[in-house]
Design a protein around this ligand. Structure first.
Ligand code: GLY
Ligand code: MN
Ligand code: MN
Length: 461
C-alpha cells in the first residue's frame, strides 16, 4: 500500500521532473536548548514531517526527480538510546518509512556531494534553516572540485518552500481526519474551562479563581485525549487582559461580572487547532457584554456565509468587518456625528480602533499555516492602503475545497475619550476553524457552544 508520505514525495518528484530534473534536500528542525542542558520538547519541521511522517531530530530527506528518496537519520546507539529513547536507525528506516534508502546522518557530508553530482538543479528551503545555505555551498563546492573529472554541478537553485506551501494549502483526507479530531479535542477543552470557571465562581476557592487554573484544565483535556502539545501558547485573559491580543495565561483573577477570553487549541499528531471563546466568568453576560458579544457573533456568521468555494480569502474578512463596523456605529463606540456612515467608517478604517487584526489565516500543521494568500498567476492592481498610499496588491486567494482557515472576528474596547464607559475593557473574540467543502464550509470546532444563551446554559449546568 502506498502511504500518504510516498504520495506526497511522488508529487514533489513530479514537479522536479517537470522543471527539468533535479534534487530536493530538506532537513528537519534542530533541537533547542531551554536552559543549560534541558531542551524544549522537540518539534519536527512541518515540511519534513509532511513528507516523511518521521519526527526524530538530526534527519534529512532527499528526493530526486526520478522519485528516489533517501533519508539521513541518527545511527542506532545503545548508550544514547538508554538516555534519550529508541532511534529508528538507517537499517530499519527504508521499510518503516517506505523510502528507497537511508544512511546515518554522520555520512551526510560525504554522501550529499555524491547525490548532488550531475543533477541539473537543487531545491531546498530558503531562509528557514540557519546555516543551510552555507552547508549547501560547501557540498556544491565539493561537486565543482570534481569538474575536471566530468562531473556536473547543479546550475540552478530553487526554493523548495513555494512548492511545498502550495501542496500543504490543500489538505488531503489523512490531514482532514486529524484536523477534525484536533478540533474536537480542543472544543472539549474549552467546554471544560467554561464549566470550571462557573464552578470556581459558584464555590469560591482560597486565593480565587485564576487564569492559570483554566489553562491547567485546557492542558489536562488536550493531553488526556492524546494531543501532544498546545498548538501555540494558550491565551486565558480575564477582564481587561482580553484587550491585549498576545496576552498569555497568567495569574489574574476571574471575577463575577467580567468576561474571560480563551484562545487555545491543541496540536494532535502534528496538526493544529485554533479556537477562541469569550464567556462570562460566572456564567451570566451583563447587558453591555451581551450587546458586543452578539455583534461579534453576527460578524462571524456573516464571515461563515461567504466561506465557500469560489469566494476569495478576503471575503470573510470584509463581511465580518462590515457587521462589526455597523455594530460600532449602532452602539456609539464610533460616534456617527464624527465618523459618518458605514461606508465612511469602512473607507477611513476608523473601526480599527476596536478591530485591529484580520479575520482569518490558513491553518494546518502550523497554526498560522503556509500558503499564498494571493491568487497565483493573477496580476497586481493599484489599491489605496489605510494611510491613503497606493500599494500594488494581487487579488486574494480563491477558496477551494480542502483549504482550512480560521474565522475570528473580535472587538476590543480600551478606555478612551468619547467611548461609552459601559463598554470599557471588554474584549471579545470568537474563533472557529473552517474546512472548505464542495458547497460551503465545515466548522471543525463547534463542539463548544458559541451562542450566548448556549454558553450560559452550559455554565449553569
Ligand atoms: N491563536 C493564534 C491566532 O488566533 O491566530
Ligand atoms: Mn487564529
Ligand atoms: Mn486563536
Amino acid at each position: 500500500m502506498t502511504t500518504v508520505y510516498q504520495k506526497r514525495r511522488a508529487a514533489v518528484a513530479k514537479v522536479l521532473k517537470a522543471a527539468g530534473g533535479g534534487i530536493a534536500l530538506l532537513p528537519t528542525a534542530p533541537e533547542a536548548a531551554r536552559n543549560r542542558d534541558s531542551d524544549f520538547a522537540y518539534r519536527h519541521d512541518s515540511y519534513f514531517y509532511y513528507l516523511t511522517g518521521f519526527s526524530e531530530p538530526d534527519s534529512w530527506l532527499v528526493i530526486e526527480a526520478s522519485g528516489k528518496s533517501t533519508l539521513f537519520c541518527r545511527p542506532k546507539d545503545m548508550e544514547r538510546e538508554i538516555w534519550d529513547g529508541i532511534r529508528l536507525g538507517p537499517k530499519a528506516a527504508p521499510a518503516s518509512l517506505a523510502l528507497d534508502q537511508a544512511f546515518s546522518v554522520e555520512q551526510l557530508d560525504q554522501r550529499m556531494p555524491e547525490l548532488l553530482a550531475n543533477q541539473p538543479a537543487v531545491w531546498f528551503p530558503f531562509a528557514t534553516h540557519k546555516g543551510l545555505e552555507t552547508q549547501v555551498d560547501g557540498w556544491l563546492n565539493k561537486v565543482r572540485a570534481r569538474a575536471r573529472l566530468g562531473v556536473q554541478c547543479p546550475q540552478s537553485q530553487h526554493d523548495l518552500c513555494g512548492l511545498l506551501d502550495e501542496m500543504r494549502l490543500t489538505k488531503d483526507a489523512h490531514e482532514i481526519a486529524i484536523l477534525r479530531r484536533a478540533g474536537k479535542i480542543s472544543a472539549g477543552a474549552h467546554v471544560r474551562a467554561m464549566q470550571t470557571s462557573a464552578a470556581m465562581l459558584r464555590q469560591p476557592v482560597k486565593g480565587g479563581a485564576r487564569e492559570f487554573h483554566l489553562e491547567a484544565e485546557l492542558l489536562h483535556e488536550f493531553r488526556r485525549h492524546g494531543a501532544q502539545y498546545p498548538a501555540y501558547t494558550s491565551i486565558v485573559a480575564a477582564g481587561a487582559n482580553a484587550c491585549i491580543l498576545h496576552y498569555r495565561a497568567d495569574t489574574a483573577e476571574l471575577t463575577s461580572g467580567e468576561l474571560c477570553l480563551i484562545d487555545a487549541g491543541c496540536e494532535l499528531d502534528g496538526y493544529a487547532s485554533d479556537i477562541t471563546r469569550t464567556f462570562p466568568a460566572d456564567g451570566k453576560f451583563t447587558p453591555a457584554q451581551r450587546t458586543l458579544y452578539d455583534i461579534v457573533l453576527a460578524a462571524q456568521e456573516a464571515a461563515i456565509k461567504v466561506t465557500k468555494p469560489g469566494k476569495r480569502f478576503n471575503d470573510p474578512h470584509d463581511a465580518a468587518t462590515r457587521v462589526l463596523a455597523q455594530g460600532m456605529l449602532d452602539t456609539g463606540l464610533l460616534d456617527k456625528a464624527k465618523h459618518g456612515t458605514l461606508d465612511d467608517v469602512l473607507a477611513s478604517g476608523a473601526y480599527r480602533q476596536f478591530y485591529m487584526h484580520r479575520t482569518s489565516h490558513w491553518m494546518g500543521m502550523d497554526v498560522h499555516d503556509c500558503g499564498d494568500y494571493s491568487e497565483p498567476g493573477s496580476k497586481a492592481r493599484a489599491e489605496k492602503d489605510a494611510q491613503g498610499q497606493t500599494v500594488m496588491k494581487k487579488p486574494s486567494r480563491i477558496l477551494r475545497p480542502g483549504m482550512v482557515l480560521t474565522l475570528e472576528p473580535g472587538i476590543y474596547v480600551r478606555p478612551a475619550k468619547g467611548v461609552p464607559k459601559a463598554f470599557w475593557n471588554i474584549g471579545i473574540r470568537i474563533e472557529d476553524d473552517a474546512l472548505i467543502t464542495a458547497t460551503g464550509c465545515e466548522l471543525l470546532t463547534r463542539g463548544v457552544p458559541v451562542k450566548a444563551d448556549e454558553i450560559e446554559a452550559l455554565m449553569r449546568g
